[in-house]
Design a protein around this ligand. Structure first.
Ligand code: ATP
Ligand code: MG
Length: 262
């Protein structure tokens, strides 16, 4: 049970861009997907969510708690997505409406799932804002997205993604657009929320150094294939593929604090 992706192939026009990807995320587990730019990470998670762009097709199998999602009508998929799957993308602006207040948007996500009167809704919106670490919820929920920092906008997008209590949270490079100090806080928030919800997590990044904070297993993608997979610590300590070693090395160089290299 959980998420079972098997021999997933994704085509756009005549080009096959993902060539048979297989991985599982058992209930409550956390998987990182890493790989260089263009390796097929985003297409893979979009296919899982039923959000592939126009003209793209997916073959193979994506099972969610035993139910095949590939080929389901859009309406059924939207229902499952709304209730059971949450998603956070790199650019929080893509999830936010620029002309509605933060509070109205968090409230809308909650209203899709819960039947709340005005007072309850307001309480829940404030609680959700506080839960994702937004300062001064009473004040911040009255603001518009452009009146927030990038990190705060991403916290709002996360509040909306978890409003329904999803069983699987998918995050595609959710911290890439943020500076390093803000990144760490957002990673802690993911770890904390997924732990509290008891949900599964798929976390996509090109930076393997981030994964330690949020996942315990990893798959490495290159050119539309999974080239290596396993427990994160094993893969980092003893990468079998040159591409993985390169990603580990890149993370080490980025983390170098100016001291001697061991
Ligand atoms: N809408 C599209 N139309 C045509 N080709 C696409 C489209 N989306 C992605 N591709 C191609 O598919 C391949 C995989 O793209 P994908 O976005 O999944 O990579 P990625 O691993 O997420 O990269 P990044 O780390 O840069 O986000 C790339 O070669 C990309 O150019
Ligand atoms: Mg991507």
């Amino acid at each position: 049970m959980g998420l079972e992706v098997s021999d997933l192939r994704i085509r756009i026009g005549r080009r096959e861009l993902v060539h048979g990807v297989t991985f599982d995320v058992p209930t409550g587990e956390r998987l990182g997907i890493i790989g260089e730019s263009g390796s097929g990470k985003t297409l893979t998670v979009l296919a899982v969510l039923g959000l592939l762009p126009e003209g793209a097709t997916a073959e193979g199998s994506v099972r969610w708690n035993g139910r095949e999602l590939l080929g389901l009508p859009d309406r059924d998929l939207a229902l499952i997505r709304g209730k059971e799957l949450g998603v956070v993308f790199q650019d929080p602006s893509s999830a936010l409406n620029p002309i509605r207040t933060v509070g109205a948007q968090i409230g809308e996500s909650l209203s899709i799932h819960y039947d709340l009167d005005r007072r309850e809704l307001r309480q829940r919106v404030l609680a959700a804002a506080a839960r994702v670490g937004l300062p001064d919820p009473e004040e911040i929920v009255r603001r518009y997205p452009h009146q927030l920092s990038g990190g705060q906008r991403q916290r709002v997008a996360i509040a909306m993604a978890v409003a329904s209590g999803p069983r699987l949270l998918v995050a595609d490079e959710p911290t890439t657009a943020l500076d390093v100090t803000v990144q760490a806080g957002i990673l802690r928030l993911f770890d904390d929320l997924v732990g509290t919800l008891g949900s599964s997590l798929v976390f996509v990044t090109h930076d393997i150094a981030l994964l330690g904070a949020v996942t315990d297993h990893v798959v490495v993608m290159a050119d539309g294939r999974i080239v290596e997979s396993g427990r994160l610590d094993t893969v980092v300590d003893d990468p079998r593929e040159a591409i993985t070693a390169g990603l580990v090395e890149a993370a080490r160089v980025a983390a170098w604090d100016g001291g001697p290299v061991a």
